[in-house]
Ligand binder design. Structure first.
Ligand code: FES
Length: 249
């Protein structure tokens, strides 16, 4: 037999909304998504929420729980004190559609803007070959489940809609880093592109994105900082500088 616990859940739509209080039964081993399902089954059948796998792999159930961007299916109720009110709100960086569902199309737009993998000319699909060591080097970045918690927490866009057009965000910086490490990617310079066209320079490496990544990808240390360093190295390399001067003349 479970115990009744206190929850505050944001309800509303694009025109506005507010936090509503609920008491919901909680059983041992449950996660926040279980509570949302129980709420839907018993008190609020029209509560809107996105989810799919309930296994931390589809990236659908992103929301803010006590102000922290989290996957609701991976957030155990046992992490909260029994008398604590658990507040559940939609992702703040994206426009609300209804209740806990937000419009994350910004991310798909940025995905479209990111140049795709470009294989070398003359190599057909099925003929790509690369060393295992190169496969492993970027494996960490391919763990991304596209939950967009990193995008949601990034302060460059969290309270600054005006930064959204020029800024692609951490999810797409790891994509750029992954392709930059790819030995078969024929697109010459992913990091220069990230700097010039994806807004890499907006990031001031506060590591908020890394902190919320459910796959524990070291977004800042392993993708963003190395790309920033290499862009800077190149710009201030005396030989490159001299070459640029001569070339410009
Ligand atoms: Fe798939 Fe939570 S439901 S990650």
């Amino acid at each position: 037999m479970g115990t009744k616990r206190n929850f505050r859940v944001w309800r509303g739509d694009a025109d506005g909304g507010d936090l509503r209080d609920f008491q919901v039964e909680v059983n041992e081993g449950e996660v926040v998504l279980d509570i949302i399902h129980r709420l839907q089954a018993t008190q609020t059948p029209d509560l809107a929420c996105r989810w799919n796998c309930k296994a931390g792999k589809c990236g659908s159930c992103s929301m803010e729980i006590n102000g922290m961007p989290r996957l609701s299916c991976m957030t155990r109720m046992s992490t909260f004190a029994p008398d604590e009110t658990v507040t559940i709100t939609p992702l703040r960086t994206f426009p609300v559609i209804r209740d806990l569902v937000t419009d994350v199309s910004y991310n798909y737009q940025k995905a479209r803007e990111t140049p795709a993998f470009a294989p070398p000319a003359g190599v057909a699909p099925g003929e790509y070959r690369m060393q295992q060591v190169d496969v492993e080097r970027s494996q960490e970045f391919r763990k991304c489940i596209e939950c967009y918690l990193c995008q949601n927490t990034c302060h460059v866009i969290r309270d600054h809609d005006e930064n959204k057009p020029p800024f692609s965000g951490p999810r797409f910086f790891i994509r750029a880093a992954e392709l930059d490490m790819h030995p078969l990617d024929a697109r010459s310079d992913r990091k220069e592109y990230a700097q010039a066209s994806m807004g890499l320079g907006f990031c001031n490496i506060t590591k908020c994105c890394t902190e919320v990544c459910p796959e524990h990808i070291k977004i800042t240390d392993n993708a963003i900082i190395p790309m920033k360093e290499r862009v800077v190295d190149r710009r201030f390399d005396p030989l490159v500088w001299l070459g640029r001067k001569i070339f410009r003349r």
